[in-house]
Design a protein around this ligand. Structure first.
Ligand code: GLA
Length: 403
């Protein structure tokens, strides 16, 4: 089974029909909507592309995790855009892009050394799993067996538990690709953090000449399990540490969201955003309605239900525009949801690169994902992965400037 079925609502016959129509109608679906397969250009098995040259992916020593050296891999394209990822947590530490005057800045929160990552509790840039976001009371039932996960967020399980994928060493693999790319793999053992099944997971980062960063996930399991893989980058298009993102314009292509209780667990409702402060269907400053929110700490921390077309799960999910620098980011994905988080839990306690502090609202996250607590909500798209299933999913972060 591929992710197109895993992602979709529980209507297998409709799913198969849709998949069939999509293959028969490539002109309708368009080249970018071939949904969940990782970019062919990044697939070593696709054949053809020349191996990347050493000057487009560089390797450097970043620090030490216990006795293990942590390595930083930097992908650089011909425009000078670069993305750095370390093997600890398969974590994006840096994304450098130009502004409208050609000035490069880092647009994600991070540190220039490894040590602060061990103390940081907010998942900066990390690959989050086995289940990104929350599971109520860390409990779910699958095929009549009940599983108890590690509890690490009030009464709930968050972002994979006490030691999720963000706190593990991944193996880095280079492979033939015509764009700078690097792949990380990890074997999550049966019972790790309470999850059933040995899960083999890979995440591939690639950077093309259109300044598009693609993140592609792949996973298989030997027992039924649940899965929600998320990248947790914190974006500030004005430059990390340059202030808040309250003036940034955000568009979310979502007519609905999943309201939560006071422990941030979805109530199960799927609600229209129309007429609420959660409405980002048109470009809206993050700060425009933030004071109307009752949540504590005040701010956005919601899963939005992405609008999807009939033929494909692939969609433009979100756009962020920074009026001050002209930087723009478009997020596209095959995932059904996106967590829009406005950095509410940041306090200014982290001193980041260039000794700049990261204040509350100092960045925003757009975490493409399945809905939180899906294993406990039959009306949400399923997150179950079974032996023989081949989970594949991609998200693209595309950077540009508006003059
Ligand atoms: C996610 C959650 C937030 C918070 C951050 C990490 O975005 O939705 O509630 O836990 O991660 O601090």
């Amino acid at each position: 089974m591929t992710n197109s079925l895993l992602c979709g609502p529980r209507r297998p016959f409709l799913g198969i029909l849709v998949a069939l129509l999509a293959t028969l109608a490539p002109a309708v679906a368009g080249p970018d909507t071939t949904t969940n397969a990782p970019a062919a250009t990044n697939d070593a098995t696709a054949g053809g592309p020349a191996p990347f040259s050493s000057d487009t992916v560089t390797k450097s020593y970043f620090g030490r995790f216990a006795r293990t050296p942590v390595t930083l891999y930097t992908l650089t394209n011909q425009n000078g855009m670069s993305v750095s990822i370390m093997d600890y947590g398969a974590t994006i530490t840096s994304i450098r892009v130009p502004d409208r005057n050609g000035k490069f800045d880092d647009v994600v929160l991070g540190f220039d050394k490894f040590a602060p990552y061990l103390k940081m509790k907010d998942y900066f840039g990390a690959t989050v799993g086995r289940y990104g976001n929350r599971i109520a009371a860390g409990k779910f039932t699958l095929d009549k067996a009940t599983y108890q996960l590690a509890i690490n967020n009030g009464p709930n399980a968050l972002h994979g538990g006490l030691r999720g994928f963000d706190k593990r060493m991944w193996n880095a693999e280079s492979f033939a690709s015509d764009v700078p790319a690097i792949r990380f793999t990890y074997l999550s053992k049966d019972g790790e953090e309470g999850y059933p099944g040995n899960l083999f997971v890979s995440v591939t980062f690639s950077l093309d000449e259109q300044n598009e960063l693609r993140i592609s996930y792949h996973a298989t399991t030997d027992k039924p399990t649940v899965l929600n893989l998320v990248n947790h980058s914190y974006f500030n298009l004005g430059g990390a540490g340059s202030g808040t993102i309250l003036d940034d314009l955000v568009t979310l292509h979502a007519n609905q969201f999943t309201p939560v209780d006071d422990t941030l667990i979805p109530t199960g409702e799927i609600k229209d955003v129309a007429g609420t402060p959660y409405d980002f269907r048109q470009p809206t400053a993050v700060g425009a309605h933030i004071k109307e929110l009752k949540d504590k700490p005040q701010g956005y921390d919601f899963n939005y239900v992405l609008n999807k077309g009939f033929f494909s799960n692939w969609s433009l999910a979100a756009v962020v525009e920074d009026p001050a620098t002209g930087r723009r980011m478009e997020v596209s994905t095959d995932q059904p949801g996106i967590q829009f988080y406005s950095g509410n839990f940041l306090t200014g306690s982290y001193v980041g690169r260039e000794r700049k502090r990261y204040p509350q609202y100092g960045a925003l996250c757009l975490e493409t994902q399945h809905f939180p607590d899906s294993p406990n909500h039959d009306n949400f798209p399923t997150t179950i992965l079974r032996p023989g299933d081949d989970f594949q999913s991609s998200t693209v972060y595309a950077f540009s400037v508006e003059k």
